[in-house]
Design a protein around this ligand. Structure first.
Ligand SMILES: Cc1cc2nc3c(=O)[nH]c(=O)nc-3n(C[C@H](O)[C@H](O)[C@H](O)COP(=O)(O)OP(=O)(O)OC[C@H]3O[C@@H](n4cnc5c(N)ncnc54)[C@H](O)[C@@H]3O)c2cc1C
Length: 388
């Protein structure tokens, strides 16, 4: 694979609704884009029953989180330095390689400016530089020709929903004997220049930020070089200076939960510093079993009223971004800390909020796509809030 430029330019994203997943860098895939790409057609709904043995149950939490057999609020007993949350994913990948269950794992290596380059890793040592989140739309599937060239037959892949749904649509063409898929929950991403702009606008010392996360306490956390953690309330964010930060692709995504992964990993439904693991099928269970003995578990929290919060949020749909006076922002932040949705209810709120926002975006900017890419689980949310 070639080294990515230090400032990526995303040519396909300028041509069409595209998340730079990398599949279209191969001409034969670009020709199949109508069938493979989640921004052209709803790839998830038809593939879910094939992968997980049944469609999602829309009368349960699967309407929000996708098909799952079990879910856990867990934490590694020995968290990993420099991992994004505590290193569950990297530990699973290490075990897969150590136990010879795969020939290679496809992950995203960290470049010096924290952009990402896809890389096929064959040993534990090389995984060191792949921990944590990249501030970039990474062309993960650029690596597909290399998988075939290197004769890899047993593979594990880590990616966000748009990368994974296209990978699944392509899977039959890859000639693999075994594919393990670990999906990241992803509610928004940005191009590298926009991540830089976001950090510059939001952090008080942007030059020293080494890690950041949108946390379930309604704050963005910035971890700084000196070990301090800066927390900025969502209500205090300068959205007026962040217009157009999110790419059209993220504003058209209905798969925040990475429903076609075998195992999905995130944090937004569990207490701070814990991880949320959703085992979707037997292969996901195999991945979970690799680290089961190394995990502590805690109870899920499920409190607050997302429907009330959604009704308030929907009042702002389509309105220009509002900058609240600091005092009001602090009052709202205090109120949400004490009585806002928590745990699973927070995660449901995030899914409903992003999917209604994205439906509205499509309606304004790409109305013809609505019939093609909105899945039944999103339609159910739109119906709940009477959005037409
Ligand atoms: C862009 C992005 C947005 C996210 N948003 C949310 C969210 O809203 N809610 C939530 O609950 N969780 C979200 N996550 C997942 C969360 O941040 C952690 O990645 C997850 O908890 C796993 O942590 P870990 O310590 O086990 O991962 P680690 O052991 O640190 O491993 C991280 C893995 O992520 C891969 N990776 C890093 N950056 C990228 C990228 N840009 N594209 C593709 N793969 C990448 C690496 O290859 C590595 O294998 C997001 C992740 C990303 C990358």
């Amino acid at each position: 694979m070639t080294q990515a430029p230090s400032t990526p330019t995303y040519p396909l994203m300028q041509r069409r609704l595209c998340s730079n997943c990398g599949a279209c860098t191969q001409p034969d895939h670009e020709a199949q884009v109508e069938d493979l790409c989640g921004f052209q057609t709803d790839v998830v709904t038809p593939l879910e029953p094939k992968l997980h043995g049944r469609p999602r149950d829309l009368s349960s939490d699967e309407a929000y989180f996708g098909v799952f057999q079990k879910m856990y609020a867990s934490k590694l007993k020995n968290p990993k330095e420099d991992a994004q949350t505590n290193g569950t994913i990297t530990t699973i990948l290490e075990r897969l390689l150590e136990q010879g269950k795969v020939d290679a794992v496809l992950v995203t290596r960290k470049n010096s400016n924290n952009t990402g380059t896809p890389i096929l890793v064959r040993n534990k040592r090389e995984l060191e530089n792949c921990k944590g989140s990249r501030w970039d739309m990474v062309p993960l599937l650029d690596a597909v020709p290399e998988i075939q060239k290197q004769g890899i037959k047993r593979l594990a892949v880590v990616g966000v929903g748009c990368q994974i749904s296209t990978l699944r649509a392509l899977e039959a063409q890859l000639g693999l004997e075994k594919l393990y898929v670990i999906g990241l929950v992803c509610t928004d991403n940005m191009t590298a220049p926009n991540w830089k702009r976001f950090i510059q606008v939001t952090s008080r010392t942007p030059w020293s930020v080494r890690k950041l996360e949108f946390m379930p306490d309604f704050r963005v956390w910035f971890w700084h070089e000196d070990g301090s953690i800066e927390k900025v309330s969502y209500f205090e964010m300068r959205m007026d200076k962040l217009q157009d930060c999110f790419p059209d692709a993220c504003l058209s995504c209905f798969d925040q939960m990475n429903a076609l992964a075998d195992l999905t990993v995130g944090y937004m439904a569990v207490p701070l510093a814990w991880q949320w693991l959703l085992v979707r099928n037997q292969r996901g269970q195999e991945l979970f079993d690799l680290i089961a003995a190394d995990l502590d578990h805690t109870e899920f929290v499920d409190s607050g009223d997302r429907i009330d919060a959604m009704k308030r949020l929907l009042k702002y749909l389509g309105k220009p971004p509002t900058v609240l006076p600091r005092l009001l922002a602090r009052i709202l932040d205090n109120r949400i800390q004490s009585s806002g949705p928590k745990g699973l209810e927070f995660a449901r709120l995030v899914v409903e909020n992003k999917q209604t926002r994205n439906w509205y975006f499509l309606k304004q900017r790409y109305p013809k796509k609505i019939a093609k890419i909105i899945p039944p689980h999103t339609q159910q949310i739109l119906d709940r809030y009477n959005l037409k």
